[in-house]
Design a protein around this ligand. Structure first.
Ligand code: PRX
Length: 653
């Protein structure tokens, strides 16, 4: 079915940041004709520089691009201090806890908290510019305060999502060589306390020699163990810190943060972002894509542990001087109307969430939205995975009342901010289509040789020119950075950035994302490397071999499907226990987010004669599709029928 177009609501176009497609095309033309001039104009306009930059883009050492060299700034100044002139008493962060408790921090209060915390980091924990600080935090204002406090003194933060296990946390701490870990006793979820500090203790039980201190924020008040000389209470120490702190003078290219994300092979990669380029695009996209106005209240439901939480809960909104809502709980507690109730209560103007949440809330509470007044909403956003047309339409009609703009924002941890997205009051949209590259982003859909694909044909989504908020490198592994993102294709002599996603462009230039082309799967909008899940499963002593693929899932988008080969046949009779044991291993190695939705025990995997696993066959079998591809190259073609029978035996299809 060809989806119909939805046109921008004329009530908002006159006041919009970008009012129509002519304005969009004019900006694109400006960027094309004078690329550096375009970015320099915005960098001068948007950033409160301590010292202006000397050059715009240095591509002499591509793909290690440098932006705005010579410029000096501080991100906490950009996000907080500079607003004290005009927005001192404006709410910067509105926090709502799982239990409904509320806290509002004005820009003045936020500035004080950030300064006190920055002093604490410097004075008590001896953190200096360039040191890495790992944050393993719940969704409480202190998480944002900590990020900004690091920025204030030039430390590099690396937030680790609170759902990761002790092992996963340790890997990231070790890789980043963190000196300080900031955590909380725990927090609340679905009305119950849960714990974080014990997970930090376990993570630090070995291999973390660089860690000198653990700073613990009190949230749920539960008892935790203290290691003398290492662990300190944030709430105690902060009382004696001064609320005055000078901002460290940072160079444009000084790293702002690392954020670990999954790749198609090996261990997670520490994606390194810069200061100036990152904040510029975070702020610009906040203003363009969410059409931010001074009195707006904006809410993004992500977790600070993911890039969306970095760019669109903390840095983007605060750089733009917005009021950003931060929510500790889950959208289904105490019922599936929680988000809609909060939209009514805080009169939210922009609401930004993941398709998984939309599908879940539709399923669990179809009629909940009508109980609340959500007329304050102007823009609805989605991110992290493709949104299917039924979910899109429900979001549009029942949450947006039929007249809100929906922005299907496509981007990645590596892009720093949105790269393909509708402009809410300019772009005619079709459900499930991310539409056009944002002004300044030179995205193209190309084939393996680097030629643009004809309309309607699937290709690889690439960005052919560097942009300010792009990944700078993978922490400690420059070679992997080059290999992961820059293939053999070049444009104007410079390497082209490969996103890892497939896409189709139509005759009008609309881009539809078709999903990953590598061994990365997307579960509930969370990126998961199949290799990571496989290496966790292999830690079970009875597992001989394993292959993990994604399988379409009605709520999560994709579910994790594992084909497991056991050592010795006799163990297979205990399947239920084995599934539980293997899932326990995954939980220990990665966390509950990587648990398998389906696990099938098979006699072997479909391998070519050279030993390569043919995952395409496994993906097709997981979906219950007939195998149409040539299987004669398999070492043992009869394995396909055997695996099919195992799936049937397990009641799969
Ligand atoms: O496959 C794309 C998918 O999410 C991947 C990036 O994941 P991550 O780095 O964790 O960042 C998620 C939040 C930005 C992409 O490679 N993705 C993201 N947004 C969309 C999407 N797929 C389809 N449509 C989107 N709007």
């Amino acid at each position: 079915m060809v989806e119909k177009f939805y046109y921008p609501n004329p009530a908002h176009t006159a006041q919009a940041a970008i009012k129509n497609m002519d304005e969009y095309h004019a900006l694109m033309t400006e960027a094309r004709e004078d690329y550096e001039g375009f970015w320099a104009r915005y960098a001068r306009e948007k950033i409160d520089w301590f010292k202006p930059f000397d050059s715009v883009l240095d591509d002499s050492n591509a793909p290690f691009y440098r932006w705005f060299d010579g410029g000096q700034l501080n991100i906490a100044h950009q996000c907080v201090d500079r607003h004290l002139l005009t927005r001192k008493n404006k709410a910067a962060i509105i926090f709502e806890g799982d239990n409904g408790d509320q806290r509002i921090l004005t820009y003045r209060e936020l500035a004080n908290e950030v300064n006190k915390t920055a002093n604490l980091l410097k004075n008590r924990f001896e953190v200096v510019k360039g040191d890495r600080v790992v944050l393993y935090m719940p969704m409480i204002p202190e998480a944002a305060v900590m990020m900004l406090a690091c920025a204030k003194i030039g430390a590099i933060h690396s937030v680790v999502f609170g759902g990761f296990s002790a092992e996963a946390l340790r890997d990231r701490i070790v890789d980043a060589e963190a000196k300080l870990i900031v955590t909380a006793d725990g927090a609340f979820r679905k009305g119950q306390p849960y714990m974080l500090k014990p997970i930090v203790d376990e993570a630090l039980s070995r291999d973390c020699e660089a860690v000198r201190y653990v700073c613990v924020v009190e949230r749920n008040g539960e008892e935790v163990e203290w290691k003398a000389g290492r662990d300190y209470s944030y709430n105690e120490l902060i009382k004696s810190e001064s609320a005055r702190c000078d901002a460290a003078i940072m160079e444009s290219e000084d790293p702002l943060f690392l954020l670990y994300t999954s790749g198609s092979t090996g261990k997670p990669k520490g994606v390194q972002h810069s200061s100036a380029g990152y904040i510029l695009w975070a702020q610009m996209t906040m203003e363009w894509v969410f059409d931010l106005k001074e009195n707006d209240t904006y809410w993004c439901t992500a977790d600070v542990g993911w890039i969306t939480g970095h760019t669109y809960i903390v840095y983007g909104p605060l750089a733009a001087g917005a009021t950003t809502v931060m929510f500790e709980g889950v959208p289904t507690f105490p019922d599936a109307g929680r988000c809609w109730k909060m939209i009514e209560e805080y009169q939210v103007n922009q609401f930004y969430t993941a398709p998984t949440a939309i599908r879940l809330l539709h399923k669990m509470g179809e009629h909940e939205p009508q109980k609340y007044d959500m007329s304050s909403l102007r823009i609805l956003g989605t991110v992290g995975e493709p949104i299917d047309p039924p979910a899109w339409r429900w979001y549009h009609e029942k949450i947006g009342g039929g007249d809100c703009a929906i922005v299907d924002t496509y981007w990645q941890t590596e892009t720093g901010g949105h790269v393909i997205s509708p402009l809410p009051f300019a772009t005619p949209v079709r459900p499930s289509c991310a539409t056009f590259p944002l002004p300044g982003i030179m995205a193209e859909v190309i084939d393996k040789e680097g030629h643009p694909t004809p309309a309607g044909e699937q290709g690889y989504l690439c960005i052919t020119k560097p942009w300010p908020s792009m990944i700078r490198t993978i922490w400690g592994d420059q070679e992997r950075f080059v290999k992961s993102y820059f293939g053999d294709c070049a444009k104007e002599g410079k390497p082209v950035y490969f996103s890892g996603d497939g896409a189709v462009i139509d005759a009008e230039g609309y881009i539809t994302i078709t999903g990953r082309t590598d061994d990365v799967i997307n579960v509930s909008g969370h990126r998961m490397g199949t290799a990571e899940v496989e290496s966790a499963i292999k830690k079970h002593p009875q597992v001989a071999a394993v292959a993990v693929v994604g399988k379409p899932h009605p709520i999560k988008g994709e579910g994790i499907f594992a084909y497991v080969v056991m050592k010795g046949e006799d163990t297979i009779s205990e399947e239920i226990e084995l599934v539980q044991e293997i899932n326990a291993v995954i939980k220990k190695e990665i966390g509950a987010i990587a648990l398998c939705d389906s696990m099938i025990f098979v006699p072997d995997l479909p391998k070519t004669r050279s030993g390569k696993i043919m995952r395409r066959i496994l993906r097709a079998l997981a979906k219950g599709e007939e195998i149409t591809q040539d299987i004669s190259t398999l070492e043992d073609p009869s394995i396909v029928d055997k695996i099919k029978n195992c799936c049937k035996g397990a009641g799969m299809h």
